[in-house]
Design a protein around this ligand. Structure first.
Ligand code: THU
Length: 135
């Protein structure tokens, strides 16, 4: 479990990062911040493209930034939008690669709504390496 202080810091990082979202098509900026087992925080934003499917979500940007710096263990991820939107299926799957115990914190920009649950609750019966290799 993470402390309230760390949780608040993670949400604040996601909220702060959100200003860098590139979302001219949806006008739905998203900020995310992932906390690694090593105690570092990596943030991310959604980056849209005129070729819509080339858009990438904030959560995956944060995770990919962390993994590309050598991180593999994630304690928690915070996602901030105006309406406390839930992480999409692709982001859940990418997170699942690194463990189902990651705490997912969903918050609104005004902090009125905050929900949290383990990734395993958000993505039950996740496809994983066990399905590929039987272990
Ligand atoms: N989006 C995210 O960044 N994360 C999610 O989990 C859901 C959706 C972005 C993608 C797109 O830029 C915009 O929100 C609308 O779908």
């Amino acid at each position: 479990m993470i402390t309230d202080e760390t949780r608040d810091k993670l949400i604040a990082s996601a909220r702060e990062a959100r200003k860098w979202a590139y979302a001219p098509y949806s006008n739905y900026p998203v900020g995310a911040a992932v906390l690694t087992a090593s105690g570092r925080i990596y943030d991310g934003v959604n980056i849209e493209n005129a070729a819509y499917p080339d858009t990438i979500c904030a959560e995956r940007v944060a995770i990919f930034k962390a993994v590309s710096e050598g991180e593999r263990e994630f304690e928690a991820i915070a996602v901030v939008t105006t309406n406390a939107g839930s992480p999409c299926g692709s982001c859940r799957q990418v997170l699942a690669e690194f463990g189902l115990d990651t705490l997912v914190i969903i918050a609104s920009t005004d902090s009125q709504v905050t929900r949290q649950m383990r990734l395993g609750e958000l993505l039950p019966e996740a496809f994983g390496r066990r399905d590929l290799h039987g272990k």
